[in-house]
Design a protein around this ligand. Structure first.
Ligand code: GYE
Length: 330
């Protein structure tokens, strides 16, 4: 078993609380062998990050930065402030700097071919983290390390169907338009509720994966639909937390008058579950640093990588939140 395969398996085995098999197991992260730590030392790696729109994303940034430091990698970090054009510029700058590998968290799925062709021509391998892209030529990137967002949306939808016995007027807070987790979480949720004729999405709009926009969009939903709303499905926790604020300001009780389900599993979401305001979150693990640098090492030493490594997700409900909140890593 090569190092990457080993690490990938470790990532795949990330188990955090509340699974059916092990209700109390604390969050665990990958540990690195000293061999893989040594092989990264001195490498120059570019990391094009989307921005800092959510708690999830800052946890991912921290994971990649701290893993780089631990391994002695010279990391060139560029925050794109949510703009694809800035990510494209960053990739071109990395080519000019002759980095040995690029880690890219792509904001949207489309529009990457031209710049990735330039990167490929410069023989720089690209490791995609957390979001996928839509390209015809898969050789434009070495590997993708991410969660299965369709499955996450489906888990959220199945959970809500059970909770509401198949009856709900749902408002949906979508992630950043064009982003893989927004597209796929929408799709998975829609699939889950399709067999329940009394579950309807009565409004669906973006909250851009951030708390302020989540709150503003929820305020607009409440204004137009009021007490007709019985459930909120948010594509991430930050938007759900914004929506919770809006519901409270409208004089209703989130978690009771309106059921709230979201995705990510960040610490504040667990706190909101402990407080009875959020009902459920589906974890999407952002601690991708170790796996990302194992991939860098593998690809720079000429090893074949699987095209996709899926990070395992778990669903957490309110009643388990108190038990596991202390062991959360992000
Ligand atoms: O769920 C959300 C974020 O790409 C999986 O991006 C990531 C998503 C995450 O801003 O909070």
């Amino acid at each position: 078993m090569n190092k990457f395969t080993l690490s990938a398996l470790l990532v795949l085995s990330l188990v955090v609380g509340c699974s059916k098999h092990d209700e109390t197991k604390p969050a665990s992260v990958t540990t690195q062998s000293s061999a893989s730590t040594e092989s990264s030392a001195g490498k120059v790696v570019g990391f094009s990050q989307i921005g800092a729109e959510s708690t999830w994303r800052t946890a991912e940034t921290d994971s990649i930065k701290s893993e780089a430091q631990k391994r002695g990698v010279d990391l060139r970090f560029v925050d794109a402030q949510g703009k694809q054009e800035n990510q494209i510029k960053a990739l071109r700058a990395f080519v000019a700097q002759h980095v040995q590998a690029i880690i890219l968290a792509p904001v949207v799925e489309t529009g990457w071919e031209p710049v990735l062709k330039e990167v490929k021509a410069a023989k720089i391998p690209v490791i995609l983290v957390d979001r996928g892209i839509d390209v015809k030529d898969e050789s434009l990137y070495a590997t993708l390390i991410a969660s299965d967002f369709v499955a996450e949306g489906k888990m959220a939808g199945d959970w809500l169907a059970k909770k509401t016995e198949g009856k709900a007027n749902i408002v949906e807070l979508q992630g950043t338009p064009g982003a893989a987790p927004a597209n796929d979480r929408k799709k998975g949720f829609a699939e889950a509720i399709a067999s329940h004729p009394d579950m309807k999405i009565i409004k669906s709009q973006t909250g851009n994966f951030n708390r302020n926009d989540g709150k503003a969009t929820m305020e607009a939903f409440l204004k137009s639909e009021g007490k007709n709303i019985t459930a909120v499905y948010a594509h991430n926790d930050d938007m759900a937390l914004g929506a919770i604020q809006a519901i409270e300001e409208a004089g209703m009780k989130p978690g009771k008058d309106i059921i709230v389900v979201s995705i990510d599993g960040v610490h504040d979401a667990f706190q909101a579950m402990v407080d009875g305001k959020l009902n459920c979150t589906v974890e999407c693990n952002p601690l991708l640093g170790p796996a990302a640098f194992d991939a860098v090492d593998a690809v720079t030493s000429g090893k074949e990588l699987p095209k996709k490594t899926i990070v395992k997700d778990e669903l957490f409900e309110q009643d388990k939140a108190k038990e596991v909140i202390g062991s959360r890593k992000y």
